[in-house]
Design a protein around this ligand. Sequence first.
Ligand code: ADP
Ligand code: ADP
Length: 229
Amino acid sequence: NIAFIGEALRKTYLTGETEVHALRGVNLKMFSGEILVLLGPSGSGKSTLLNIVGGLDRPTSGRLWYRDTDLTSLDDADLTRFRRKNIGFIFQFYNLIPSLTAEENVRLVTDISDDPMSAAEALDLVGLAPRRHHFPAQLSGGEQQRVAVARAIAKRPGVLLCDEPTGALDSATGVRVLETLAAANRELGTTLILITHNAGIAAMADRVFNFLDGRIASIQTNETRISAT
Ligand code: ADP
Ligand code: ADP
């Protein structure tokens, strides 16, 4: 059951007169329900690929499919529709709106989604139901990130894209955030694609893509993780 197929993906940025080759011909398959980690040195192309897979950016050349849809053939409006329906994002910094409570932050998404869970249900999944009326400033960093996870999963996206989701947290707090991501994978079947330097996350992955200089240089498969279906 395939989520994404990428063929010969290239991304070249032009800054002034200098070309930066962020992706130099990436071929990939990502399976529905898997946990995939993108690993590699800074500047090796991980964020560029995440942005392209999430429909925030387009490759310079190559093809990318999500299930039956050729994303590279969509116009901007349809690419935005694809992203709103199918993709949830988690970033290193939680990007919550400070003047809204936890529940109101989640409702921003549930109010505009087709078949969302309730904000209360999403906050319950991340263990924050008791704090739903708190404002971000009244929550710890880990709790704020769990609100961000609740906001991302409330619309039941097929795919959750995470760029250093525990990068701003101490390790104990990071583990609780990871548990909420693992729960979304297990209970909702959400495909997880994560950029991380956290060894604990790499251990919970089905596969690790090792990036080097704009390419996937190798892939490690973790046979021992029990995959969620
Ligand atoms: P990583 O996520 O592995 O750190 P990135 O995908 O962010 O790598 O970056 C890959 C390369 O592309 C780097 O050299 C980076 O500076 C460059 N790059 C990324 N985004 C842009 C952009 N918007 N404009 C110009 N260069 C960029
Ligand atoms: P990270 O360390 O999380 O990979 P980056 O520094 O690679 O962060 O990039 C953060 C954001 O800035 C990305 O969305 C990327 O597109 C953009 N970016 C990265 N490098 C450049 C650059 N040289 N010029 C412009 N934008 C960039």
